[in-house]
Design a protein around this ligand. Structure first.
Ligand code: ATP
Length: 234
């Protein structure tokens, strides 16, 4: 569904992605693992059309999307839940969700989509008219995911969705990610809980200094000695 090949990205003179090549199969969950600064966020932001690569190709369902503006990428069905949530704090929960459906692909069906999203996140239903900035951290993360779903994505990229969540909420978050996957959603997951993300990933890639240094099934990487030492503390 998504084919990234030979992707290079620079911030000024500093190279953040160096020849990144990866494949994401439709309906699969793909984990991206790497230390701080490895380029995980840069990769997601480049696929989302927020950053422009210097070289390389990003094909989504066969269509070249490298260089397209982010709203166009979003309208093709590529959603992202950004690190740090990025909800609109002064708008209500309802308004934040509605904002997720402003793109053409989602607008006409916003109402039924909202019902599906609220079925997944009943806590949001109880707080529809509350200002989003007054939600708890966990609720804000659920809202960020809900808003992304309102855009009817076929591929969702999660960047550190569990950041700042309590252990109970991390479990809840993984339950939701697994439910989306079971529903056929294609998922790219960047997660500090490396073991948990590898367990649910059919495929995983390890990034170091902007390069893919290792790839394989999630289970294979869970057993890989280098991964265990560097990312699982074993
Ligand atoms: P983390 O887990 O810490 O978020 P990451 O793997 O997501 O790390 P990136 O945020 O993609 O890594 O950063 C990759 C490299 O690019 C880092 O060296 C970082 O300092 C650099 N970088 C990121 N954003 C910018 C920017 N706006 N300007 C300059 N350099 C940047």
């Amino acid at each position: 569904m998504l084919s990234v090949s030979n992707l290079d990205l620079f911030y000024g003179d500093a190279q953040a992605l160096d020849g990144v090549t990866l494949e994401v199969a439709e309906g699969s969950t793909t984990a991206i693992v790497g230390a701080n600064g490895a380029g995980k966020t840069s990769l997601i932001r480049t696929v989302a059309g927020i950053l422009k690569p210097a070289r390389g190709s990003i094909r989504f369902r066969g269509q070249e999307i490298a260089g397209l503006p982010s709203h166009a990428v979003c309208n093709l069905g590529v959603g992202q839940v950004a690190e740090g949530r990025q909800i609109f704090p002064s708008l209500s929960v309802r308004e934040n969700l509605e904002m997720g459906a402003v793109i053409p692909r989602a607008r006409a069906s916003a109402k039924p989509t909202m019902e599906r999203v609220l079925a997944l996140f009943p806590r949001l239903l109880e707080r529809m008219d509350q200002a989003a900035g007054t939600l708890s951290g966990g609720e804000q993360q659920m809202l960020a995911i809900g808003r992304c779903l309102m855009g009817k994505p076929d591929l969702i990229m999660f960047d550190e969705p569990s950041l700042g969540l309590s252990p109970a909420l991390v479990q809840e978050l993984f339950r939701i990610i697994r439910a989306l996957a079971a529903d056929g959603m294609t998922i790219i997951l960047v997660e500090q809980n490396v073991a948990a993300s590898l367990k649910i990933a059919q495929r995983a890639y390890v990034l170091e200094n902007g390069r893919v240094v290792l790839s394989g099934s999630g289970v294979a990487l869970l057993d890989d000695p280098a991964v265990r030492q560097a990312y699982l503390g074993l």
